[in-house]
Design a protein around this ligand. Structure first.
Ligand SMILES: Cc1cc2nc3c(=O)[nH]c(=O)nc-3n(C[C@H](O)[C@H](O)[C@H](O)COP(=O)(O)OP(=O)(O)OC[C@H]3O[C@@H](n4cnc5c(N)ncnc54)[C@H](O)[C@@H]3O)c2cc1C
Length: 302
């Protein structure tokens, strides 16, 4: 244990365990406020702004395998400590899941990229988290270690509301798994921000799809960010494009289904009407990019 003597936080303990069992036990038995630390780009900002005052911070970056990206028989496993910059440098991952990687790489600046993780982006539970719509569209799962062992949860089941997750006491996301891609698959993520970078999504859309014979869409998943208390999966939007080659009427049906799934907040960054309409437009454009990727050689990897 290392004592941290940050001004006003002399009570806070910082632990950096080297086994998952130890990390789980530390989180499970702490009676005060305990937080996991991945990249710290949300956690440290919240501490410094005095939104939270932890009694215990458990750094996960020394856990075995936590910094690894592994290509497995069933897809990819991305350790919960892997930075978004490292995801972008992993060529097989970027080839197989360009939409997921581009979503991860939209987070923050170069400095933030070197630290931030998709597991932290997920567990921070912001409705506007950039990697989450892309992960949900990709049918990714979180591998969770806890006092009762390991379990896998669909990404859409992790966040239950702004700042809230379904993780129990002592549970840690140790990896995010992406499935193996069938041939002719593609994904894409787009967000709207008033600036060119370093901003929170006003709304966003992730689409992943697989093509069958004659380039007809065989399977699809569509997810929207920042238009509801949690990222929303929109099965009706996916159904609108399955069986089509993304003809105009199919894309208009996809947009309509997306708009119907929106229940956004109204604030100075975007009105309800604006967020709703733009979410439909982004979903349409992301579907088009995913489709073009699926048709190209890049969509065949993974
Ligand atoms: C300048 C700046 C710009 C930013 N820009 C963006 C942006 O464009 N888009 C965007 O989406 N976000 C943005 N963010 C927010 C932040 O960078 C991301 O949410 C990032 O992905 C968080 O990852 P992290 O590893 O730093 O998480 P941390 O800060 O380490 O953790 C975040 C939360 O998740 C919990 N947690 C972390 N790891 C785990 C785990 N393995 N299991 C369970 N719980 C865990 C922590 O306890 C904490 O509550 C920005 C932040 C800053 C400071």
């Amino acid at each position: 244990m290392i004592g941290v003597s940050t001004a006003g936080r002399s009570h806070m303990r910082y632990e950096s365990p080297t086994t998952t069992r130890e990390a789980v036990a530390l989180m499970a038995k702490e009676k005060g406020k305990a937080y996991l630390l991945a990249g710290g780009t949300d956690l440290l900002v919240r501490m410094r702004s005095d939104f939270i005052d932890p009694d215990l911070v458990v750094d996960i970056k020394r856990l075995p395998g936590i910094l690894d990206i592994r290509k497995t028989a069933s897809g990819f496993s991305i350790g919960a400590g892997v930075s978004c910059a490292a995801m972008g440098r992993n060529k097989p991952l970027a080839r197989a899941w360009p939409g997921v990687v581009e979503a991860a790489q939209l987070i923050g600046s170069d400095q933030i990229q070197g630290r931030c993780t998709i597991a932290g982006n997920l567990c921070n539970a912001s409705p506007a988290a950039d990697s989450v719509p892309a992960l949900i569209a990709a049918k990714a799962r979180a591998v969770v270690a806890g006092p009762k062992g390991r379990r896998r949860i669909a990404i859409e089941k992790v966040v239950t509301g702004p700042g809230k997750t379904s993780l129990g006491k002592g549970e840690i996301v140790v990896a995010i798994e992406l499935p193996k891609r069938p041939p002719k698959s593609g994904d894409a993520y787009l967000r709207f921000i008033p600036r060119t970078e370093m901003d929170i999504a006003v709304c966003s859309a992730g689409v992943s799809l697989t093509l069958g014979p004659k380039n007809v869409v065989k399977q699809a998943r569509v997810a929207l960010g920042a238009v509801a208390p949690t990222v929303v999966l929109v099965p009706k939007a996916a159904r609108a494009i399955v069986g089509t080659r993304l003809e105009d009427d199919a894309l208009m049906k996809l947009s309509a289904a997306c708009e119907a799934a929106c229940s956004p907040i109204d604030d100075k960054r975007g009105t309800v009407e604006f967020r709703t309409e733009v979410a439909g437009v982004l979903a349409r454009r992301a579907a088009r990019i995913a489709y073009d990727r699926a048709r190209s050689l890049r969509g065949r990897n993974g």
